[in-house]
Design a binder for this molecule. Sequence first.
Ligand SMILES: *Cc1c(COP(=O)(O)O)cnc(C)c1O
Length: 343
Amino acid sequence: MNLENLLRDNIKALKPYSSARDEFSGEAEVFLDANENPFNAPYNRYPDPLQRTLKTKISELKKVAPEKIFLGNGSDEPIDLIFRAFCEPGKDNVVTIDPTYGMYQVAAGINNVEVRQVKLDDNYRLAASELLRAADQYTKAVFVCSPNNPTGNLLEKSEILKLVTGFHGIVVVDEAYIDFSPESSLLPELDQYPNLVILQTFSKAWGMAGIRLGMAFAHPAIVAVFNKIKYPYNINILTQQTAMELLEKSPEKNGWVKLILEERAKLAEELAKLPFTQKVYPSDANFLLVKMHDARGIYTYLTEQKIIVRDRSKVTLCEDCLRITIGSPEENAQLLEALLNLV
Ligand SMILES: *Cc1c(COP(=O)(O)O)cnc(C)c1O
């Protein structure tokens, strides 16, 4: 991969905004450089544009060097940055799988970039060769998601690696649900693949969807591109501080994941017994994809019971499917009780 050839010309030529906190980041006592208010500490100060303290902590946790870490306002930010950095609107394209997470398509649409979707097979498996075949000289990135949303399954690692080695653009592997899966992350292999971007998030296993914090792990040259084009202060002080505190709760997070996995197994078993359930798909994530007779009707009934699941019945290969997030034991019991009342 040649990063210079992949980048849009305007991004290559761009002179990034240089903030006060970029130009001076050492020790000082009197800061009169950023037109901040001297009162109302600590919120009066702009946050660290590169989130150095937080990245040091994440670096220890993930065993990845800080210069290979980009932090975004959710994973959605690095997804958008990939389009803005690499894809010339109206000309370039990306390849992804179908079905998958909707944000790749939305970010592409906002950036006026074509998406070439390659259907998974009937068992939701990925065929790298088909994605490679869909790519052409204008394909700048390939997006895959493993475990995949909404299907819930891990994609085969060897197929993903075929993409990473066989495609000379950026390959994005979205691992938002990796903590719930039996397979380990591709992170330990990051150094071998200069075109690999791994996305993870604090929104799922870490229980921090509200603070908006996503991670992209990649070669430092790619991280440098993201840093060049992001909003200068993309991660606010409250998010950086709260993440620092919650990262101390790693054991608690592991406990949540364990409980969610136990609940997933129980819920899958109980859902499978319902007469209108056709199939509970195997899941490597914190949700179940369930095929049901009259999925739309069941969805509507559940909303009347004030229980909201996701109707995926119009999604490719997910006809008559609901996507059900694993809740607390009490919430899952409530769901089952409501469904049993239909029997
Ligand atoms: C939930 C989810 C995310 C998380 O997005 P954030 O912006 O980090 O909250 C990313 N990718 C997939 C596939 C998801 O389902």
